[in-house]
Design a protein around this ligand. Structure first.
Ligand code: MD3
Ligand code: FE
Length: 216
């Protein structure tokens, strides 16, 4: 499907269906990439990227930070959203309005109206960093989608089914690609393969992924 979102600034958006409720908006964030990266740099000055520990005691290969009212954390106590950054004991940095506006317009393009995220998780992958297959189920309202924005180096995303034993398909995600996951895909198993080494003009040796969520 193609649609023109803004009459004054006609850009063609192609939504590429992935599965029931999920679609890829290739390059949707490209024009906003530098702003998003400036925002990430600002946020991570206050709430540094860190390798959190899983409840099992393993250090995650992905470095993470958050902005918005609620931040996702993991430690020996488990996975949860909390209002304070455990590194600083301060509230997470506010979500910049251009972040939430981009997420809400991507959700709208995918057919989800009134998406108002209260949390943005910032994932930073360096060569070899990966995320095993998992479900995102710490959010209370599963009728709301999750919006993900990829920046920098490409990485292969794995998209599985509602049970862990379904074989996932591989979807390459590049700089500026946005994916909206909701409806029947909201609880799909997913992960990312290890990042291959490379250099991107805007992010250097890493890939950033922003995931926008409604946690309440
Ligand atoms: C499919 N992040 O932070 S984003 C995560 O590239 C996470 O950093 C990956 O999985 C990354 O939890 C993938 C794409 C994504 C996010 C949420 C989903 C795919 C999803 C929720 C349900 C189904
Ligand atoms: Fe996830």
């Amino acid at each position: 499907m193609t649609l023109d979102l803004f009459a004054d600034q006609p850009i063609e958006i192609t939504t590429e269906p992935l599965a029931e409720g999920a679609c890829v908006l290739r390059q949707f964030a490209s024009a906003h990439a530098q702003n998003l990266l400036n925002g990430i740099r600002h946020i991570t000055t206050t709430a540094p990227l860190r390798h959190m520990k899983t409840p099992g005691g393993h250090s995650m290969s992905v470095a993470m930070s958050c902005c918005g009212t609620w931040g996702w954390v993991t430690d020996a106590q488990g996975y949860r959203y909390q209002a304070q950054d455990p590194c600083t004991a301060e509230p997470w940095p506010a979500m910049p309005s251009d972040f939430s506006e981009l997420a809400s317009s991507a959700a709208r393009a995918a057919g989800y109206t009134d998406f108002a995220p209260d949390s943005c998780l910032i994932n930073c992958y360096e060569p070899g960093a990966k995320m095993g297959l998992h479900q995102d189920k710490n959010e209370k309202d599963l009728s709301q989608p999750i919006v993900s924005v990829s920046l920098g180096l490409p990485q292969v995303f794995q998209f599985g089914g509602l049970s862990r034993n379904e074989r996932p398909s591989n979807i390459p995600l590049g700089h500026g690609d946005v994916v909206v996951w909701g409806g029947a895909s909201r609880l799909s198993y997913h992960g990312v393969l290890p990042l291959k080494a490379g250099t991107h003009p805007l992010t250097g040796v890493c890939r950033y992924n922003l995931t926008f969520r409604c946690t309440r």
